[in-house]
Write a protein that binds this ligand. Structure first.
Ligand code: PMP
Length: 405
């Protein structure tokens, strides 16, 4: 079959494919523990459901303006003012089908073929693939010192005359690490000076622990939104646990938003009004839902860390936020894909190989699940890898015998 070379070069989404494998195993009756999830178990906030349902009840479900319904855009503007202390205009906002589509449209709008985008490892799996999909070139910067925080020098060395943008995701999927405010300040200064777009993927920005707070890049901007270099991507998926509602947005200078509107108009017309009203309901409804999700995640993170610390040889960097941590399993196996496969096949635990995030030798473990699953999951990983752990365990009445160490 003849398919485009570019399309064939795009990798399958490892996280979505793992979800599918876990679903199939569960359907077969296997007691799979899912530490691969990128979504929490909460129900959608009531404000979102009521707002969406009342729109559906009117029967008036038609195309909307491509850039989003005015009342949702207003809610995004208010959100930006409250959470970022930044006043933006409706012309700076575009609502898309998830942060994912917002980011894709943005890269489509910004890049010429061969333009480079700096991607900081560990990175979210979709960044390099999306950059390639618009004929750009991802340039990966991997911290030399083995941490998850790059040095400015490493970033500066990776920048060339082709560099058009840099993507920063802090707090970060997959490590949970949040960049210190000084680094955010340096990035803003550098990008303004070098005329590089600084794309802040803030999708986890309120899911931060230990009393810390996220630092908006705008805090360090010396230019206004129109002449500035900062572009913010955000959405409701992670903050409100509304992954299935598929609403995200971008805040950018007007000329960029204008082009993105054309791109979106020619590809999807608009996002469904049912989902847009749900997002408006979430943004204007009770915000304690975000706090309660954050508190649950913080507690889960603590349980995960406690379980991992009883595991000899595993090094784990404490996540400042998000749903994830990225422990270093190199003491057991350097090949994260093989390790993740072994854990799924033999111990029925879903993990995501660090290789997918540009960090070989690590596994991404999600704590956006129940405390029971976190404990069971780590216990099974330990059993599978640690020679000091018992040779047999029971999953329900099924006995697993370790025969590969
Ligand atoms: N950015 C990051 C860092 C993510 O982890 C995700 C979702 N996994 C997204 C963007 C996309 O989010 P959405 O569901 O809004 O498309």
């Amino acid at each position: 079959m003849s398919l485009s070379t570019l399309a064939r070069a795009i990798a399958e989404s490892p996280t979505l494919s793992l979800n599918e494998q876990a679903r199939v195993l569960r359907e077969r009756g296997e007691a799979v523990v899912h530490l691969g999830a990128g979504e929490p178990k909460n129900k959608a906030p009531i404000g979102a459901i009521l707002s969406s349902a009342s729109r559906l009840n009117t029967g008036d479900v038609k195309y909307t303006p491509t850039d989003g319904i005015p009342s949702l855009k207003k809610a995004v503007i208010r959100y930006t003012e409250e959470q970022y202390n930044k006043l933006v205009a409706p012309e700076n906002v575009l609502v898309s089908g998830g942060a994912k589509q917002a980011l894709y449209n943005l890269l489509f709008a910004l890049l010429n073929p061969q333009d480079e985008v700096i991607v900081l490892a560990p990175y979210w799996v979709s960044y390099p693939e999306m950059i390639k999909m618009v004929y750009g070139v991802p340039v990966i910067v991997r911290p030399e010192d083995g941490t998850f925080i790059p040095r400015m020098k490493e970033i500066e060395d990776a920048v060339s005359s082709y560099t058009r943008a840099m993507i920063v995701n802090s707090p970060n999927n997959p490590s949970g690490v949040m960049f210190p405010p000084e680094l955010i300040g340096q990035l803003v200064e550098f990008c303004e000076r070098r005329n590089i777009y600084l794309i802040m993927d803030d999708i986890y920005h309120r899911l931060v622990f230990d009393g810390k707070t996220h630092t908006p890049a705008y805090r360090y901007a010396t230019r206004d939104i129109e002449s500035g270099r900062i572009i913010v991507i955000n959405g409701i998926s992670k903050l409100y646990g509304m992954t299935g509602f598929r609403i995200g947005w971008v805040i950018a200078p007007k000329p960029i938003v204008d082009v993105m509107i054309n791109v979106q108009a020619q590809t999807t017309s608009c996002v469904s009004p049912i989902l847009q009203y749900a997002a408006e309901g979430a943004l204007t409804g009770i915000q304690s839902v975000v706090d309660s999700l954050r508190m649950t995640l913080e507690n889960n993170r603590n349980v995960m860390l406690q379980e991992l610390r009883s595991f000899d040889g595993i090094k784990v960097t404490v996540p400042d936020g998000t749903y994830y941590c990225l422990p270093d399993f190199r003491a057991y196996n350097n090949d994260s894909v093989a390790l993740s496969r072994l854990l799924l096949k033999k111990a029925l635990v879903v993990t995501v190989p660090g290789k997918e995030f540009g960090m070989e030798g690590h596994l991404r473990l999600s704590y956006a699940t129940t405390v029971k699953e976190i404990k069971q999951g780590v216990e099974r990983i330990k059993w599978a890898l640690d020679p000091g752990a018992p040779n047999e365990i029971y999953i329900g009445d099924k006995k697993l015998v370790r025969d590969w160490l």
